[in-house]
Design a protein around this ligand. Structure first.
Ligand code: IMP
Length: 202
């Protein structure tokens, strides 16, 4: 599908270069350019609200970002943000919206330790993407179910990818980090959220 209308220059408000690469991989073949939103060479400081809901967090992030566009001389660009989280069933959805700080503090090994001896390892990766197209705020949500591997595997991707085995045909027990960017992109929570956005762009 080609982008038929709206602003094709997307500013992506993120400090995560893995997310940036995946956004480019998805949006550029559709006729968008994707550029990291930087102010004075840094991603803008955004306050994450206390919420256990990805949509609430994404809405808050984008409203803070939209308020910065004009001052950054980028009032003509569309803005993209997203919030993602890994929800592990047997841990009651932990780390969920705290995925980022948990990864920083506990690392992948910490998650594996929490699951040591557990047979039940199902999990869900969720993503909420929000886009300001200059006139409208668009929201797209996507999920990918799967399970947590017994050990970290693979070199691709970022974040929790070495632990997450998506529940998709052809995965054959491989983690996202053992898949090429193309293969992850066919089934990821992020792709599904972006697909919803593109349907709304029209
Ligand atoms: P946030 O959306 O930046 O808050 O992401 C939460 C945490 O999940 C961060 O540590 C990210 O690196 C990680 N994360 C987000 N998306 C993915 C993904 O697609 N694969 C693996 N880890 C991810």
């Amino acid at each position: 599908m080609e982008a038929s209308a709206g602003r094709r220059q997307l500013l992506f408000q993120t400090g995560n270069l893995g997310k940036l690469a995946e956004a480019r991989h998805y949006f550029e073949p559709l006729g968008f350019t994707v550029e990291q939103f930087l102010i004075n060479g840094e991603p803008p400081e955004i306050i994450e609200p206390q919420s256990d809901d990805l949509v609430t967090v994404a809405r808050s992030k984008i409203s803070q970002g939209v308020a910065l566009l004009a001052g950054a001389g980028r009032a003509d660009s569309a803005l993209l943000v997203e919030d993602a989280g890994l929800f592990i069933d047997v841990l009651g959805g932990f780390p969920g919206v705290y995925s980022s700080s948990v990864l920083e503090k506990l690392g992948l090994d910490g998650i594996l330790t929490l699951l040591q001896g557990r047979e039940q390892r199902t999990a869900l990766f969720g993503c909420c993407a929000a886009m300001w197209d200059g006139e409208r705020l668009l929201i797209g949500e996507g999920n990918c179910t799967g399970e947590i591997a017994q050990e970290a595997r693979g070199e691709h991707g970022f974040g929790y990818d070495p632990l997450f085995i998506p529940d998709v045909s052809g995965a054959d027990g491989r983690t996202f980090a053992q898949m090429s960017p193309e293969e992850k992109g066919r089934s990821s929570h992020r792709t599904r959220a972006y697909e919803q956005l593109v349907l709304q762009i029209g």
